[in-house]
Design a binder for this molecule. Structure first.
Ligand SMILES: [Zn+2]
Length: 185
């Protein structure tokens, strides 16, 4: 008979099965993805040595050696500021049965990779986690940031929008505005 394997029941480290698999997901992801040779090769393929002219043109510092373009915002960044994103998301890990599919999606081929800047990568991850579009995620994250900096009233007023009376309203106003003006942030 197969032994039950429920390590989350034997320690207080994880409250439940879900917390255990979140932990396991992080461990697998880190060990495969961090130094995944195919990813590093992809990043090398997708970046190029920049000339002085290109540094000026793309607003890169003089010390930049290699640079590449973010697939989302289309701006150029130094290689060190670029990350590799899975086009098809790796997804969640909820049980041991999911491990094989998770690993095969994680250790993917180059055709499932794209180059992205760090801020855009965060937006893409947020969009995947909350099942919203990239533009919507960008607007939501922008609104969160504006509110965190206590700039919500000024942001709206400056754009000719009368700020709502409470923060929840202002958050919605900012999200609506940013969705139709995605480059105004
Ligand atoms: Zn970007």
């Amino acid at each position: 008979m197969k032994k039950s394997n429920e390590p989350w029941n034997e320690t207080d480290v994880w409250k439940n099965q879900s917390e255990f698999f979140t932990w396991l997901r992080g461990q697998i992801r880190k060990s495969i993805w961090q130094f995944y040779p195919v990813k590093n090769e992809f990043k090398n393929d997708q970046t190029f040595e920049v000339t002085n002219e290109e540094k000026q043109q793309y607003g890169l510092s003089k010390s930049t050696k290699k640079a590449g373009k973010c697939v989302f915002c289309n701006h150029y960044f130094p290689k060190s500021k670029l990350e590799v994103d899975h086009i098809e998301q790796v997804g969640s890990l909820k049980s041991f049965d999911d491990v094989s599919e998770f690993v095969s999606l994680l250790a993917c081929s180059k055709d499932n990779m794209q180059l992205t800047c760090k801020p855009c990568h965060k937006i893409k991850s947020y969009a995947e986690r909350h099942d919203v579009s990239f533009d919507e995620a960008k607007a939501i994250k922008g609104a969160i940031e504006i509110i965190k900096n206590k700039e919500d009233k000024a942001f709206l007023a400056y754009r000719g929008i009368s700020p709502g009376s409470n923060q929840k309203q202002r958050r919605e106003q900012i999200i609506t505005y940013l969705k139709s003006h995605p480059n105004d942030i």
